[in-house]
Write a new protein. Sequence first.
Length: 159
Amino acid sequence: MTSRRFLATSGLLLAATFVTALPAMAQQGPPPAGAPTRGPGGDARRGPPTVDARVQRLTTELGLSPEQATKVRAALTAERRQADSILAARANRQDAERAAMMAVRTSTEKSVSAVLTAEQRTKHDAMRARGGRDGRGPGMRGGARHRDGDDRRDRRGRR
């Protein structure tokens, strides 16, 4: 009986500790003065550390001489430029891929339209103007009906 009471008391103490500690952990204030800054806004919680912050940290922790700090700054600046170039190339590549996919879609729409009768083409154009399937947009998220007409819902309760 005492072991059950001990376990129950321990469990309650542990739960009380979590309940009181979580709000305190959630209320983080600004970073302490002298803490390394990150990103262009200087917010210590966002983005990669700035070149200056990295040089300052390395100088403090490794005891870099002014000459070493200058060389390290040059290396880190070159790294930042290369990383920015890579990220810009990725954005350009995504834009090119998006344009290529749109060209494929346009070509497909022309091919499909060529197969349809005038009446079907009119209906098809109206479907496209509504935004796709059953007028509810891509993926039928707005309340698509099952083949037999009844409303079906997914695991999240959506139609």
